[in-house]
Design a protein around this ligand. Structure first.
Ligand code: UD1
Length: 346
């Protein structure tokens, strides 16, 4: 029988897709989420896709006693995937203490509780933001590239949390961890039963593209057309959220079922390919047949010019590869946007 996994932030964008893949792989899932940036209805979508409704507890991971109650109620939890975090870069600049409190306290609580409740492993959601702008000889960026000073409190919480995990495990704590550094997660489940639900005006590219295509936003601004890239727009490594979710299943298997591996490991999770903002917008139009009203606008402050991942380590060691074609990914995002319209949500 497969183990029970605690998924914090399991009603969020990546958490919900990962819950689906864990359940498909036979794991039992307990979701903990404070619903600060998600909706309990996501559980219905997960249930429709997998036929299984995951256990759900509305608890804030910063609440130590609340989390302890969860571990007592579900004594078989073997592993944790920790998604729950505040993630808006701009907001983190305005409310740094909120970001440090939420993102650091929740991880510390989980790490403290793990040995008490014999939880063996934790997968941590980190970000390629830790690399900042890699130098040109470091592109595509590998896991060994230097970590650069974070450009926002949000980015800093990812770096500090990686260090907290490393320090804790090096102190001899009886737990293992895999740190996954995601590039830019996009798309939605092909069923359109779960997807990304941005709060207010989207900051990320794809939700802005799909909302513009839907007529919710008048015009997409492509930030900057004077970058040192072939078409002068920024380059990112856009990873399909379902492929990303599957990487977590591989990471969990490795942490729980392979005692011979290092106690803490780091993997880039991306496609290994860079796409420019313009290529994404044009690719969306081509894949869906829907026009997007867009214009060039000045650079957005704090944007990295170009970054994409070297994902050889994840390919070889985890036996995982992002293999969904980009046009399919972009169509999934559009199908999700259409579903939101059908349901009267957006
Ligand atoms: C952002 C965060 C990063 C986080 C990631 C999660 C910043 C600086 N970084 O990455 O820490 O891990 O989201 O997904 O915010 N773009 C436009 N017009 C738009 C929106 C975006 O041109 O309306 C461009 C951006 O300039 C960028 C690209 O699209 O070049 C991707 O932007 P976005 O989706 O916001 O992700 P990142 O900025 O890469």
């Amino acid at each position: 029988m497969k183990q029970t996994i605690l998924v914090t932030g399991g009603t969020g964008f990546i958490g919900s897709h990962t819950t689906v893949e864990l359940q498909n792989a036979g794991y039992e899932v307990v979701i903990v989420d404070n619903l600060s940036n998600s909706n309990e209805k996501v559980l219905d979508g997960i249930e429709k896709i997998t036929g299984i409704r995951p256990a759900f507890e509305k608890v804030d991971c910063c609440d130590y006693d609340g989390m302890e109650r969860v571990f007592k109620k579900y004594p078989g939890i073997q592993g944790i995937i920790h998604f729950a975090a505040s993630k808006a870069v701009g907001e983190s600049v305005e409310k740094p203490l909120m970001y440090y409190r939420n993102n650091l306290t929740s991880l510390i609580n989980l790490l403290e509780l793990m040995p008490i409740y014999q939880v063996k492993g934790i997968i941590f959601s980190s970000s390629c933001t830790v690399y900042g702008q890699p130098s040109i000889e470091n592109l595509p960026v590998t896991e060994d590239a230097p970590i650069q000073k974070a450009m926002s409190p949000y980015g800093n919480t990812k770096q500090i949390n990686e260090e907290i995990i490393q320090d804790y495990i090096h102190s001899g704590a009886p737990v293992k961890s895999i740190i996954l550094r995601y590039f830019n997660p996009i798309g939605a489940h092909p069923s359109a039963l779960i997807g990304e639900l941005p709060n207010g005006v989207p900051m990320n590219l794809i939700p802005f593209v799909t909302q513009t295509a839907m007529g919710i936003r008048e015009q997409l601004k492509i930030f900057g057309n004077d970058y040192d890239t072939p078409d002068h727009t920024c380059i990112r490594d856009y990873i399909y959220v379902v492929d990303l979710a599957k990487a977590h299943v591989k990471a969990m298997e490795r942490v729980l079922d392979h005692p011979e591996t290092e106690a803490v490991e780091v993997f880039n999770i991306g496609t290994g390919r860079g796409l420019s903002t313009l290529e994404v917008v044009e690719g969306f139009e081509k894949a869906t047949g829907v026009k997007v009203n867009w214009t060039y606008a000045p650079r957005r402050e704090g944007d990295i010019e170009k970054v994409w991942g070297n994902v050889d380590k994840a390919n070889k060691v985890l036996g995982w590869k992002a293999d969904t074609p980009t046009d399919e990914v972009l169509r999934s995002a559009w199908k999700w946007q259409q579903k939101l319209r059908e349901d009267g949500i957006q």
